[in-house]
Design a protein around this ligand. Structure first.
Ligand SMILES: [Zn+2]
Length: 293
């Protein structure tokens, strides 16, 4: 399912990236994007809460550098574990863009997983995009035997009943200026709180700092830069994601649908008298109130 999401909502800290970031590829994509080339949607797994990217990291980093706010993604419903499984198949059709040695790491990752190691080796080989011979060769070297009783469980294709439809949350679009100022849900912003909404860029600037930090740490780690040796990449990716979410959830999001920032808004409790609410408050407000005007 194709859906539009905020670039900053994509989680990249789930160990779903199976090849190092190549800055020259990012730069190339960056240039193509600037001249208007449309890229295929990034592949993500939605677990009911987060969007886990499993293919398209170079595209994503190019977008972060260009400060592109929204992108189309191809959504599969599943778990983070499913996203990691799918990441083993990323780039297999153009295996050249993987690096030599990575296919072996992918096989070993599959063989050390309690679920995936129960699948027929032929199926794992096909998924990763390697020959069966190579698959058996690596398994043998690892001392792993093919399971006699194959798991009947099929990954990811199984419907996940408990996961809500992606996009059931309100579609987010940035503030636009077309004959006035509009909030993230398309309501016109009253003049008395325009000054709040025009300052959203200050929050976006903080998120950009986070992305820049992320980008340079990731690059530094991958280049083996000595000064980054004590920084744990997984930990810092998670922490920066948290900071970005916290900032995003503090931003002015919508005009308060209870008072619409009218003359009595100081007495309004949902917005604490401010006339506007954050995204999380907005989500919690019942639909019949939101449709009020
Ligand atoms: Zn209010």
């Amino acid at each position: 399912m194709i859906q539009t999401v905020l670039v900053n909502d994509l989680r990249m800290d789930g160990k779903t990236q199976k090849r190092p970031l190549d800055e020259t590829v990012v730069k190339k994509y960056n240039n193509f994007m600037e001249e208007g080339t449309v890229f295929p949607p990034i592949e993500v797994v939605y677990d009911g809460k987060d969007y886990w990217i499993w293919d398209g990291f170079h595209r994503l980093f190019a977008m972060l550098q260009l400060e592109i706010m929204e992108t189309e993604v191809n959504v599969t419903k599943g778990t983070l574990h499913d996203a990691v499984w799918l990441s083993l198949s990323a780039n297999k059709d153009h295996g050249m863009s993987r690096q030599v040695g990575i296919a072996k790491d992918l096989i070993i990752e599959a063989l050390t997983d309690p679920d995936w190691s129960q699948l027929p080796f032929a199926k794992i080989a096909k998924h990763i995009g390697v020959t069966r011979q190579y698959m058996y060769q690596i398994a043998k070297a690892q001392g792993v035997e093919e399971a006699k009783q194959h798991s009947t469980e099929t990954k990811v294709e199984a419907p996940k009943e408990d996961i809500p439809e992606p996009g059931s949350e309100k579609k987010v679009s940035p503030v636009k200026r077309t004959n006035g100022l509009y909030d993230m849900v398309g309501q016109k912003v009253p003049a008395n709180i325009e000054h709040v909404f025009v300052r959203i860029d200050e929050f976006r600037e903080m998120i950009r700092y986070c992305n820049k930090m992320l980008s340079s740490i990731k690059k530094g780690k991958e280049d083996g830069d000595i000064i980054y040796r004590n920084l744990k990449l997984d930990a810092i990716l998670g922490q920066i994601s948290d900071v970005k979410r916290t900032i995003k959830h503090s931003m002015p999001y919508a005009v308060c649908p209870y008072c619409f920032s009218d003359a009595n808004n100081e007495k309004c409790s949902p917005c604490s008298g401010s006339g506007w609410v954050t995204e999380l408050v907005w989500i919690a407000i019942p639909d019949d109130i939101k449709g009020g005007r």
